[in-house]
Ligand binder design. Structure first.
Ligand SMILES: Nc1ncnc2c1ncn2[C@@H]1O[C@H](COP(=O)(O)OP(=O)(O)OP(=O)(O)O)[C@@H](O)[C@H]1O
Ligand SMILES: [Mg+2]
Length: 300
């Protein structure tokens, strides 16, 4: 699937780590930097992105597109009352979380052609194929975690699963016998300790097909995870990003991880209670300051 420059997926395999709050406010911060942004609620089972923008009812939602009531995805882009920020509200149809593959492809096709400088995808928790597929089309994936160990481990597992899924697609597209099977073995490395690291994997893969193995290595070297540690309370919390960074380097051979942090801030809850985005209500709050830094980094 073609990768487009303007899609940023907000992923956090653990629930409640701040994906939706970050998506909405990041969209606003990016608009303040002169970008036209559309925020898309892809948490299809439990959509709430509109609430962070303070919108109560949505005239149109993703349902209308998925159920073919409108032809184009642009038909369901709504105003947020904030200049240059549009929103596509999530649907509420039971079963939509298991969207048939063809519908998903159509949605992805339309997402890729939305008219804006940036598209922000607010994704569901978990690591389902739905989440992974939307994350894969994005040019940039922001992995949101808190400093708690379960959330950190979920993030690591998610990146690992995406790496394996990407390699699997690649090996199959090259019709290279032996490599998908080797990948399967590497997934269950308990029985194959020499495949525990990507280095070990590529050593053996190179013996099966050195050209394809080298290309796959290049694909991995281009992966640049963007970790956001949210709700940072103390100095130590900010360091946990390094734990993931080290795991990624050691086991998956991913060297260029970006780490950003967002501080814990009571103003976040206050803004939600007033049904106003914090970036508008309290643009100089700790949370807003940190989101602005992330927005600037995304524009680099
Ligand atoms: N930096 C922060 N400081 C204080 N509260 C925060 C911060 N970030 C998020 N929260 C709070 O955490 C809660 C969960 O946030 P949010 O709904 O954005 O998470 P989520 O990852 O989208 O959840 P889900 O996985 O259910 O979609 C909200 O009550 C929000 O106000
Ligand atoms: Mg959410």
């Amino acid at each position: 699937m073609e990768k487009r420059k303007n899609i940023t997926a907000i992923v956090g395999p653990k629930g409640g780590v701040g994906k939706t709050t970050i998506s909405a406010n990041l969209a606003i911060a990016l608009s303040k930097l002169g970008k036209k942004v559309i925020a898309v609620d892809l948490d299809l089972g439990a959509s709430n992105l509109h609430a962070i923008f303070g919108l109560r009812n949505s005239k149109y939602s993703l349902d209308d597109f998925v159920q073919n009531r409108v032809k184009k995805l642009t038909d369901v882009v709504l105003d947020t009352n904030i200049d240059n920020v549009g929103i596509i509200c999530g649907g509420d149809v039971p079963g939509i979380t298991n969207m048939p593959y063809q519908k998903k492809l159509k949605l992805i096709r339309h997402l890729l052609t939305l008219d804006s400088d940036l598209v922000i995808l607010d994704l569901a928790p978990g690591a389902s194929f739905n989440v992974a597929d939307f994350a894969i089309i994005a040019q940039r994936t922001l992995l949101v975690t808190t400093a708690e160990v379960p959330s950190l481990m979920n993030v690591y597992s998610f990146i690992k699963a995406t790496v394996f899924r990407r390699l699997n697609f690649f090996f199959k597209s090259k019709k290279c016998d032996g490599l998908p099977e080797l990948l399967e073995k590497a997934k269950n490395f308990d029985n194959y300790p020499h495949l525990k690291t990507m280095e070990g994997f590529f050593r053996e893969a190179g013996q099966i097909n050195s050209v394809v193995a080298d290309s796959a290595k290049k694909i991995l070297s281009r992966i640049e995870p963007f970790l956001v540690v949210n709700r940072v309370r103390k100095k130590n919390d900010a360091n946990v990003g390094m734990v993931i960074q080290n795991l990624l380097r050691e086991y998956l051979g991913i060297k260029s991880t970006v780490i950003m942090t967002i501080r814990e801030d009571n103003a976040v809850g206050d803004a939600i209670a007033r049904m106003k985005p914090i970036m508008i209500e309290a643009p100089n709050s700790l949370f807003s300051q940190d989101i602005k830094k992330i927005a600037s980094r995304l524009c680099m």
